[in-house]
Design a protein around this ligand. Structure first.
Ligand code: GLU
Length: 424
């Protein structure tokens, strides 16, 4: 069977292909000369399957999308406290190259605008690092995130550096406030080289999926970043990733995203997917026109808007059956707060009349720390109510089965359950 996703993605590209509004970025000569026609889309699932269509092997410079990753690497390498001492996390609502500094602290307001990104770049590899060494660290991380060796297009770096007055002035300002220590020229060179890394939409989809999946690169399986780091990066992307269009973007598309002036756009759907598009013509906020339209269509068609998550259907309690002296409560699916609450509510509502109560965990696919604690606490209370409790938990989802009072729940074989099964 052929998976119909590629043809679906191709169809979406056909729907937006004719839109020719917007213009390629013109303040960087290399980008001003870019062909505006290429069009591509890719998505990467949590299982590391990548689907793409259009000019999906075409490389382009990552530009501001790099800001998300450099921010992640800074958080990973130097820790949240130091990073937050350097750059804030409020949306600026202003253009990408605005000098938005917080009153009082003089920190750039967030890491997604240039002032913030230049400051964050300087946190990599220590204050005394050379530009080369710093960029090597970044490139190594970017490559691990993409799952292949990435390169810098030095022509783009050179072209941007020749017209970098605005970024240089931002760097001088940051230096005057003591936000960066190195020279303004070095800071901008490091930042512009970071922006000149070449990627394809497939790379960006995988890199985005890594953020969405708590730092585990879904293709190579490598844990590149910590889950907390990814949470922080996506939170800031959600509020500030699309510059002065961030509010409208979150309302209409609802996917944390970051755009770049070369025409790339990357989105992350926490726990699920990485998405990316490429189309060089930009709107007045500096976001790809056709890329944004593709995101809008995907979000609508596939129900990806973060705020439209459907209420989870079905209960985590698969059945409660009683026979003779045993009641078996079978749980199923993922047990986070919601699933564990199903269990507690069902156990509370059901009149447990038997001497023994067995909780069968064999159909539970996943459990988090809070869910585990709730299930164990529920078991303890059932016991306090006068029952003998036991679990069937061959995958050790309940860990060492220790209850809040220090005792341990008995693990039972399946005989008790088979008995109850006969009365289906
Ligand atoms: N290198 C570009 C700049 O600093 C990145 C801007 C962007 O992609 O939005 O001007």
């Amino acid at each position: 069977m052929e998976i119909p996703l590629k043809s679906y993605l191709t169809e979406i590209l056909d729907r937006v292909r004719d839109r020719d509004s917007g213009a390629v970025a013109d303040y960087i000569p290399e980008l001003a000369a870019a062909d505006p026609t290429p069009l591509a889309v890719a998505l990467c699932t949590s299982a590391g399957r990548v689907y793409s269509a259009g000019d999906d092997e075409r490389e382009f410079s990552i530009q501001s999308i790099s800001k998300s990753f450099t921010y992640a690497i800074a958080l990973q390498e130097v820790g949240v406290e130091k990073v937050l001492g350097t750059v804030g996390m409020e949306p600026s609502g202003e253009a990408f190259n605005e000098l938005s500094l917080e009153g009082g602290t003089h920190r750039p307001v967030n890491p997604m605008i240039n002032a913030g990104a230049i400051a964050v770049n300087q946190l990599i590899n220590g204050e005394d690092s050379s530009v080369d060494a710093r960029v090597t660290v970044l490139l190594d991380y970017f490559s691990r995130l993409a799952g292949r060796e990435l390169h810098i297009d030095e022509r783009i770096t050179g072209s941007e550096l020749a017209t970098a007055d605005r970024n240089l002035s931002l760097a001088h300002m940051l230096r005057s406030y003591g936000v960066i220590a190195g020279s303004a020229a070095d800071a901008v060179t490091g930042y512009v080289r970071q922006c000149s890394v070449l990627v394809t939409v497939r790379d960006l989809a995988v890199m985005g999926a890594t953020l969405a999946l708590g730092g585990r690169q879904p293709v190579t399986g490598e844990q590149v970043l910590d889950p907390r780091v990814c949470r922080q990066v996506q939170a800031v992307m959600a509020s500030a990733g699309m510059y002065d269009g961030a509010g409208r973007w979150m309302a209409s598309v609802g996917i944390p995203a970051k755009s770049g002036v070369a025409g790339g756009l990357m989105g992350t759907l926490p726990g699920q997917l990485g998405l990316a598009t490429f189309s060089p013509r930009l709107d007045s906020s500096g976001n790809s026109v056709r890329g944004a339209e593709i995101f809008r269509i995907l979000s609508e068609d596939m129900g990806l808007h973060l705020m439209s998550a459907l209420p989870s259907t079905g209960s985590a309690v698969r059945s409660i059956r009683t026979r003779g002296p045993v009641t078996v409560i079978r749980l199923q699916g993922g047990l986070g707060f919601t699933g564990a609450e199903d269990f507690l509510a069902a156990a509370a509502a059901h009149e447990l009349t038997t001497v023994r109560v067995v909780v069968d965990m064999r159909r539970v696919s996943d459990i988090d720390a809070f869910g585990r604690e709730m299930v164990l606490e529920g078991l303890r209370r059932i016991r306090t109510d006068g029952h003998r409790i036991a679990v069937i938990d061959p995958d050790h989802l309940l860990g060492d089965r220790r209850l809040g009072d220090g005792t341990t729940v008995e693990e039972t074989d399946e005989v008790a359950v088979e008995v109850a099964d006969e009365v289906k």
